[in-house]
Design a protein around this ligand. Structure first.
Ligand code: EPU
Length: 427
């Protein structure tokens, strides 16, 4: 069996409707939080993507039973609490594995989690996660590449979780999860405000936790003795929604996007409006129609923590700006090296110049198909978008990156009329 790749023949206008799946970045910490629960957890709308499968594998190794039920829901039950070791084997495949740190230390009094190491979008330290565990009373050591945290008892504490690039999403998630079972009250200052953090807090509260202030930079957690399980529906994936919004815009299409939370995409929708893309919410529902005429205005964009423009949509928006009528400036304030798509887009005829954490985008009249290489999840999505708009054929290799976070992206685009095929190297 050869390696799968995408072949895209660009130039078709996308039309029709697409439904957005549940959010990968909400589902992952919620799945990890099931380690804290003494009962059964049933989750709806967990996307069927490979990152979810990696975490399911890790949770199984940690003693959970993880099952996809015929109706698509996921059932998680902890059967055995003996192991507290998240090994490098799994962690290196997926950095988000770090989110088992908080639940393990809180519930099993011990956590051994391999340090994730570098990743394609740059250095991704976990010092703030460690600081949070220490504030709650854990002793933390680094032994042979593993974080080893131990605590007889966690105690509620005040903590400041800001770093050089602002708040941390999974760091806030880890602190919040651990604090749920600590004795007394914890306060997280400079907490991440992302909708995925709010979703995790809502899930934990449904299991019996006492969390308030989520969605603001100050989260207060009153520790409880135990958490039970619950049934919960994961929020819609705002990044998948944003990617389809660009797909509609870049093909001059007209697409109805269902299960799309526009209130989670305020900054992004603002940039689309400035570019000249029509984004309309249908009568107070979560259905959003996106259409575009041929003229795209250049804009400046800076990524920021929520409610600012998400870094996870930077590559996709840059791809749209490649075809704007003038020069745009894209600045990355979360992951300053997250520009692996730049060289690949230039292979397709874009005019992009990187200057430190900024890319100057000189709009061009057209992109042209080419063989390109996917490098990380969102950069790969950007190449798919470029392929849909380009003249001719684009071949995208290493698409396992895109399957980590997008569920059936090729099928969904085909249903909208896109000419995209998943092939194997021998085909
Ligand atoms: N940071 C530190 N120290 C830490 C933790 C983070 O300096 O201990 C820095 C990071 O290096 C970065 C900034 O803080 O500069 C923000 O990183 P954050 O911790 O918020 O990222 P994360 O929680 O590891 C999540 C998403 C990412 C998304 C970022 C930012 C998940 C599973 N991952 O990562 O999603 O880009 O928040 O919004 O939720 C993706 O889905 O493609 C993806 C990379």
């Amino acid at each position: 069996m050869g390696l799968p790749y995408f072949r895209i023949d660009g130039g078709t206008r996308l039309r029709g409707s697409v439904r957005i799946d549940g959010a990968k970045n909400a589902a992952l910490p919620i799945m990890a939080a099931s380690l804290l629960c003494d009962g059964e957890v049933i989750l709806h709308d967990v996307p069927d993507v490979s990152d979810v499968r990696f975490l399911a594998e890790l949770l199984t190794k940690l003693g959970s039973e993880v099952e996809r039920r015929p109706d698509g829901s996921m059932r998680l039950v902890v059967r055995d609490e003996m192991s507290s070791h998240a090994e490098y084997d799994v962690v290196r495949k997926m950095r988000a594995s770090i989110c088992v740190l908080g639940p393990l230390i809180a519930k099993r009094r011990k956590a051994q989690v391999a340090l994730p190491g570098g990743c394609a979008i740059g250095d991704r330290p976990v010092d703030i996660h460690v600081r949070a565990m220490q504030r709650l009373g854990a002793d933390v050591d680094l032994v042979s590449g593993d974080i080893i945290a131990k605590a007889k008892k966690l105690r509620g504490a005040e903590m400041f979780l800001g770093g050089p690039f602002g708040s941390t999403v999974l760091g806030t998630a880890n602190a919040m999860m651990a604090a749920c079972l600590a004795e007394g009250v914890s306060v997280i200052e400079m907490a991440a405000c992302e909708p995925e953090v709010v979703d995790l807090a809502n899930f934990l509260n449904k299991c019996g936790a006492s969390i308030s202030g989520h969605g603001t930079p100050r989260i207060v957690i009153e520790g409880v003795r135990e958490l039970k399980g619950c049934e919960y529906r994961v929020i819609a994936d705002r990044i998948e929604a944003g990617t389809f919004m660009v797909a509609a815009a870049i093909t001059n299409g007209d697409v109805k996007i269902e299960n799309c939370r526009l209130d989670h995409l305020v900054a992004f929708a603002d940039r689309l409006a400035a570019i000249g893309v029509n984004v309309e919410r249908n009568n107070d529902t979560d259905v959003v129609t996106v259409s575009s005429s041929r003229r795209l205005e250049p804009v400046d964009v800076t990524t920021q923590p929520f409610p600012g423009m998400p870094t996870d949509l930077q590559a996709q928006l840059m791809t749209l700006l490649c075809l704007a009528d003038g020069n745009s400036i894209v600045t990355e304030k979360i992951f300053p090296d997250r520009f692996l798509h730049v060289a690949e887009l230039n292979r397709m005829g874009a005019h992009l110049r990187k200057e430190g954490p900024t890319v100057i985008v000189q709009g061009v009249k057209k992109l042209v198909g080419a063989p390109v290489m996917a490098s990380d999840l969102r950069a790969s999505a950007a190449l798919v978008l470029a392929g849909l708009a380009a003249r001719g054929t684009t071949i995208i290799n290493r698409i396992y990156h895109i399957d980590r976070g997008y569920c059936r992206i090729d099928e969904k685009l085909r249903e909208l009329g896109g000419d995209i095929q998943r092939l194997e190297a021998d085909d």
